[in-house]
Design a protein around this ligand. Sequence first.
Ligand SMILES: NC(=O)C1=CN([C@@H]2O[C@H](COP(=O)(O)OP(=O)(O)OC[C@H]3O[C@@H](n4cnc5c(N)ncnc54)[C@H](O)[C@@H]3O)[C@@H](O)[C@H]2O)C=CC1
Ligand SMILES: O=C(O)CCC(=O)C(=O)O
Length: 379
Amino acid sequence: MESVNSIQLSNDFELFERMAQHEQVVFCNDPSTGLRAIIAIHNTTGGPALGGCRMHPYGSVEEALEDALRLSKGMSYKCAAADVDFGGGKAVIIGDPKSDKSPELFRAFGQFVNSLNGRFYTGTDMGTTMEDFIQASKETPYIVGLPAAYGGGGDSSIPTAAGVLYGIKATNQRLFGKPDLGGVTYAIQGLGKVGAKVAVGLLEEGAHLFVTDISNESLRTIEEIAATTPGSVKVVASDEIYSQEADIFVPCALGGIINDQTIDQFKVKAIAGSANNQLLHDTHGTKLQQRGILYAPDYIINSGGLIQVADELYGINHARVLAKTKHIYDAILEVYEMAMNHGISTMEAANKMCEKRIGYKGNRNRFFTVASKPKWSFR
Ligand SMILES: NC(=O)C1=CN([C@@H]2O[C@H](COP(=O)(O)OP(=O)(O)OC[C@H]3O[C@@H](n4cnc5c(N)ncnc54)[C@H](O)[C@@H]3O)[C@@H](O)[C@H]2O)C=CC1
Ligand SMILES: O=C(O)CCC(=O)C(=O)O
């Protein structure tokens, strides 16, 4: 009762109303390891829910729940966009990834994942690493993105970063009539697992970067790497990244960073990065459109990791993963085209495309097929 009271519900059913679009939300509590986590399953029309697990020092249960609900919904759309037969889910662990991790905490998390019996598969996201999920995998087989030595498909941030670079190429094609990454200026927020790989890919092509991160170590590392490439790096303060005179803003940290405050500061021509849930609200997609800023929908441009972990569940084939990840280039161009032709924002165009696909899946799954026995045959 205590934790439910602390999220200050204004009526008895508000929690259920908040989760109305979701199939299932699981609160995981293990005082002995300090685990406090929420697993949100949005929609399993297309197959079992699939989505990474984020660890973040949320200020309240409310904030953590909101993130889990929004991230898991995004995964349903991402699965539809990437055309994989999985549904949307995501987990969040409340805690500081720098100080609150332990092998026991991730094993406890693994036990909760296991209790869902295959309704939810998970792996890394912001604040978590493959090392954490090696621990979780001791308790459950429903873990993806483990190193090959542990039977997994490997680090999913590699295809995520590759997909972001394809999405940026498509954006450059639209903006400048050529896909080249070099000779363009980028403002990158976050140099973690994905952001650092995107930055290196751009530097190798001779790009000019403004970068920020709350970790000084990540900033020092990228400066050292930049010195060995044809590109260049300038470190800027966290709150200055939005107002840089760059061509493209590349968000690779937290979500909600496209909002009323930041939209007024942007001087860029486009936004194309890996962060999940970049728009605080979908209406901010329309505001970007009105300001003439091209937006690469987050769940399409960052779908490389999902493509890899989904492929792992079919039996990983890296050539197939690469081919599907390359397709992000065409998918982003298709959405830009659709938005322009219909006079809508790129986010609306992407949502329409995915809702149609989820609808088709729902219809397909309504039909009885001979693959399994009907329930009534046992009566
Ligand atoms: N890892 C993956 O394959 C995928 C990641 N994403 C999304 O991409 C984003 C980044 O993910 P990862 O690289 O895996 O996370 P990560 O935890 O490895 O890196 C995040 C980086 O952002 C930095 N950061 C945090 N707050 C910041 C702030 N206010 N200003 C500047 N930097 C800040 C952190 O210090 C860290 O270096 C997240 O939104 C994640 O959900 C999306 C799809 C797949
Ligand atoms: O990268 C993963 O492990 C799963 C995919 C995911 O969670 C994401 O794309 O946000």
